[in-house]
Design a protein around this ligand. Structure first.
Ligand code: MG
Length: 355
């Protein structure tokens, strides 16, 4: 069909991402950096404008007849399908469950949609399906609906999975970027960078003296422990694509505050640091799938750490920064050398198809 020239012209003049900038989608548009933010901020958020999207949270917080729910969705295109410490099935459950947890919700129900490529070995599919089941059991969620599609050979990459999740938010819990305020402490739940490096190593056939496994895990328990322990949690964010740096910038901008991080307080395992140096990555930007950052009122900082240290998934949690009022919307980091540098989102693509 020949496109209507007037419609085509209208599209070019009205498209929020001008053709002169990016006529085609790039891998970086899914990488968690500047181009993905641009796509979301300029195209998706204004088009689908809603109060929930405007909150720039990890999921939508909804109220239905007085019942408070969290709702989120995520698609998984990780390559390879199986990697040290996990596979696409575990990732598809944990990623969505974690986004619900970051809304302060107890995850309850999941949908799972499989997009399969013709020719995928049935035993590979079974391994992934069994992994979805195990991860759902571990996170105490039920898979209650789903979908199956098959695309032609060569038109997929084995398996893509979409999961959506619903969770329940307890009565007085209010966790959102807008609640972050000057004086809050920034708690990082554990060591950073293992998921990204494990994927990279599996993809490129790299071997390290100490094997690096993904940190892929459900974060429900440490989050609920904080909330049920009465800690004044203002905001939570899992440190997935774009790592701690991107999460910090997103929250600083959404909350209109300044974040000051302390590099020496950010835990990174020696083998991950070494791999990052060899590969030219900054661990601050490398993806995690079992780590989060919590913004907590300063008076509750010690209790929050005490609670997290008792959790199997956050024994190394520590205070890695603080919130101040200015300059609003920015993040800086005191480096190991004692200097201060600005932390920004990635402008290019560090590692595509990480999740
Ligand atoms: Mg998230």
């Amino acid at each position: 069909m020949t496109p209507d020239p007037k419609l085509a012209a209208d599209f070019v003049t009205t498209c929020p991402i001008p053709i002169s900038e990016y006529p085609h989608v790039l891998l970086a548009h899914g990488g968690g950096g500047r181009l993905m933010h641009q796509l979301i901020e300029r195209m998706f958020l204004p088009t689908f404008a809603s109060a929930q999207l405007a909150a720039r949270h990890d999921g939508a917080c909804l109220s239905v007849d007085g019942v408070r729910l969290a709702f989120t969705t995520d698609s998984y295109v990780v390559r390879p399908l199986v990697f040290p410490g996990g596979d696409i099935g575990a990732l598809a459950v944990n990623g969505t469950v974690n986004d619900l947890a970051m809304c302060g919700a107890r995850p309850l129900f999941l949908s799972v949609g499989f997009i399969l490529e013709e020719g995928l070995p049935m035993d590979t599919l079974w391994r992934i399906v069994a992994s979805v089941r195990r991860a759902a059991d571990e996170a105490e969620v039920a898979v209650v609906t789903g979908d199956t599609k098959v695309v032609d050979r060569g038109k997929g990459d084995g398996v893509f999975i979409n999961t959506a999740g619903i969770g329940a938010i307890a009565g007085d819990v209010e966790v959102a970027p807008a609640r972050v305020r000057p004086g809050d402490v920034v708690i990082v739940s554990g060591d950073l960078g293992r998921h990204g490096i494990a994927i990279m190593a599996a993809r490129e056939g790299l071997e390290f003296d100490t094997p690096i496994e993904s940190d892929c895990a459900p974060l429900v328990r440490p989050v609920l422990a904080l909330l049920e322990g009465g800690v004044e949690v203002h905001c939570l964010r899992d440190l997935t694509r774009g790592g701690l740096a991107s999460a910090a910038v997103e929250i600083a901008q959404a909350a209109g505050v300044h974040l000051r991080l302390d590099e020496s307080a950010i835990p990174v395992r020696e083998e991950v640091r070494g791999a990052c140096e060899i590969l030219g990555f900054d661990p601050l930007y490398v993806a995690n799938e079992g780590r989060f950052v919590a913004f907590v009122g300063a008076a509750d900082a010690d209790r929050a750490l005490e609670i997290l240290h008792a959790e199997p998934l956050a024994p190394d949690a520590r205070i890695a920064g603080e919130v101040t009022d200015a300059p609003a919307g920015t993040v800086t980091m005191r480096t190991r050398l004692g200097t201060t540098r600005v932390v920004d989102v990635l402008s290019g693509e560090q590692l595509p198809r990480i999740c």
